[in-house]
Design a protein around this ligand. Structure first.
Ligand code: OTU
Length: 641
């Protein structure tokens, strides 16, 4: 054995010892087996990022000790669930999962109130619930809770850590996995780390990126983009107490963490696993692309970001192996695929990632009246690695971020701002005759296009007043977009209020917030009036709820292959998106305002199919001919007798 190998073996034995020593004697043998499965890979991942830093060996030992403590205190019920999931790591791809995303306060008032809405979620067929940030947030403006001031406490107005634990197990009993946000990139300026740094604590200053003057900030600004160009221009904020400029990618009160400093990684891994021990089953890793800064780049998607996430995944596998990681990387699809892990990290990073490109391309296609963008996007998207899958969605709490489509538009030889700007203008209701009533977000006059806001109902042209007449075409547009998300996704997400067709937020109490940050347009409180209309079977709420439950039921079809490759089926009509997966399921989506005839036989996908879900798709006299109305959807599946 060479000297180097000997050294490494010795270190691993020490790490193993530190990890295992945290367990009671009775559990040590199991802990050793768990270490032997994941411990060495974790050491490799940590060495890849932090191996060169001073004191690396001792730091790593403290990390393993902390992980041992967290693993030893994980409840027996959660350990049992971990073991069950270890036997079937792709469990979430096999049960045709349906997700739902909501703010705690807007959906249920408090964490306990969310528990009272479990019946509503079950009626919809939901088995995955993403709650937007509920940890203690900054006093005053907090970016909807994305400025976290404590990883140890729940926001007092929403409840306590005990309430979280209770809710997680209530949800588990109902067959619903709880997904929580973990804001990776930053903490609030009133988080104890930030406050200590501002008070002069030298160790805590290292948690942040601080610059004494504008020299480096200006150098970085030459290549770094802007997330909120109007509300929070630039990426650095002057903080007198810090004696200079602090890196703040988002709002000035959200201080970016310095992941080059190993204790930051350890603290965030600890925060995540503590929540996992409370019963959180999935983490939405907010703002994942921004964790590593490199001069002369966009400072997103750097290779170290992937190494850090793979290291985080290894920590999770050591302590809470049943837990999933979901990448929130709102970047072009090719770069998002990397969050599943590439090359030697393939399948070792996040199991889930938001398919934001599909979402944005579907909205653009609806505005353009043809399916070119989603068709190209799906053709270009490789299938995720084994035991990984896409989270698909129609709307979320953020704007539709148009930048994710830039490479797609440019590859087609088009001017991004002109083409996507026209689609955005249509959705924002600025094009004469448009059915949509959205609003522009952070788009500077004459400077192209940034994002668009509004609830799905407003963007597809459903009525603002829920009991007004519904245009069948508007309902078909709503179904079209949700049907595409449900068809493509491993985990399609329903955004809070969309199941009731809720319109954009017009609550006068929120007017101030909407004026400050237009994303509040898509953050209305769940409407009790709409819930009442639903239970009496009336208006928009009843229609949209019925549409979604029909999609959920069709997707539960036993031969639904949610993990297999999507291929695009050629068709001369540019309005149509026709996709097939696993030789089992066919999806036909009419993005145009015109009727379309489809001869199913001519698609060349073989015989033995039957209709599984139809919206505006009429069977003609010939069994193989379908007349698709504008914005029609048709799902077909292979018949097995
Ligand atoms: C996320 O979004 C959240 O979803 C937002 O609500 C937060 O404001 C933000 O982080 C800060 O915590 O830019 O337009 O590529 O795009 O992290 C949304 C990822 C965002 C970023 C994403 C960010």
């Amino acid at each position: 054995m060479s000297e180097a190998q000997h050294q490494e073996t010795f270190e691993l034995a020490a790490l193993r010892q530190r990890f295992v020593s945290m367990f009671s004697v009775a559990r040590r043998a199991a802990a050793e087996r768990q270490f032997d499965r994941v411990g060495p890979a974790l050491a490799e991942r940590l060495a890849a990022v932090y191996g060169g830093t001073a004191g690396f060996g001792e730091w790593m030992a403290t990390v393993y000790e902390d992980l041992g403590r967290l693993a030893a205190t994980r409840s027996a019920a959660l350990v049992a669930l971990d073991q069950q999931r270890a036997l079937q790591p792709d469990w979430f791809l096999r049960q045709h999962m349906v997700g739902y995303s909501a703010y705690v306060d807007r959906f249920g008032g408090t964490l306990a109130g969310v528990g009272e809405r479990i019946d509503h979620l079950r009626a919809l067929g939901v088995d995955y619930l993403h709650l937007l940030p509920f940890l203690q947030a900054r006093q005053g403006e907090s970016d909807g809770g994305f400025a976290v001031s404590s990883f140890e406490h729940v926001e007092p107005a929403l409840g306590t850590m005990d309430d979280l634990e209770t809710l997680a197990s209530q949800l588990q009993e109902a067959g619903i996995s709880l997904c929580a946000d973990l804001v990776l990139n930053h903490v609030a300026d009133d988080h104890p780390w930030a406050q200590a740094a501002a008070a002069g604590d030298a160790a805590m200053r290292q948690f942040f990126h601080v610059f004494p003057d504008r020299i480096l900030p200006d150098a970085y600004e030459a290549t770094v983009g802007e997330v909120f160009p109007q509300a929070a221009p630039g990426n650095f904020s002057q903080v007198p107490a810090m004696g200079g400029w602090v890196w703040t990618t988002f709002y000035p009160f959200q201080w970016d963490l310095n992941y080059a400093h190993p204790p930051v990684f350890a603290a965030i891994a600890h925060a995540l696993l503590q929540l996992a021990n409370r019963g959180v089953k999935v983490f939405r890793l907010d703002s994942a692309p921004f964790l590593w800064k490199r001069l002369g780049t966009l400072c997103i998607n750097q290779p170290e970001v992937h190494q850090i996430l793979a290291a985080l995944r290894a920590c999770v596998e050591l302590v809470a192996p049943g837990v999933l990681l979901k990448a929130e990387a709102i970047v072009p699809t090719e770069q998002v695929s990397a969050y599943f892990g590439r090359d030697e990290l393939r399948g070792r990073e996040c199991q889930l990632a938001y398919h934001s490109g599909l979402m944005a391309s579907a909205w653009a296609a609806l505005a353009e009246g043809h399916a070119g963008l989603p068709k190209q996007l799906l053709a270009d998207t490789p299938p995720p690695p084994e035991a990984c899958g896409w989270v698909t969605y129609v709307r979320c709490h953020d704007d539709i971020v148009w930048g994710v489509l830039r490479p797609l538009a440019e590859a087609a030889g088009e001017d991004f701002s002109r083409r996507i700007g026209a689609a955005a203008a249509y959705l924002e209701g600025r094009t004469p005759g448009s059915f949509a009533r959205g609003a522009a977000f952070q788009t500077l006059d004459g400077e192209g296009v940034h994002g668009s806001n509004g609830m799905a109902a407003a963007l597809v042209g459903l009525p603002e007043h829920m009991l007004d007449d519904i245009q069948p075409a508007a309902l078909r547009r709503y179904v079209l977009l949700y049907a595409l998300a449900f068809w493509v996704g491993a985990v399609p997400l329903i955004y809070m209020g969309d199941e009731l067709g809720q319109y954009s937020n017009t609550d006068p109490a929120d007017a101030g917030r909407v004026a400050l940050d237009g994303r509040w347009l898509q953050r209305p409180a769940l409407s009790t009036e709409a819930l009442a209309a639903l239970s009496s079977g009336r208006g928009v709420p009843a229609a949209t709820f019925a549409a979604l439950t029909a999609l959920v039921a069709a997707r539960r079809h036993q031969h639904w292959p949610s993990a297999s490759k999507v291929s695009v089926v050629a068709h001369p009509n540019p309005g149509l998106l026709i996709v097939q997966r696993g030789d089992e399921t066919l999806g036909i989506f009419n993005f145009s305002a015109s009727h379309a005839m489809v001869d199913l036989e001519s698609l060349g996908v073989g015989t033995g199919w039957s209709d599984l879900f139809a919206s505006g798709a009429d069977v003609m006299t010939s069994r193989d001919l379908r007349k698709l109305q504008p914005w029609a959807t048709l799902w077909r599946s292979r018949t097995h007798d």
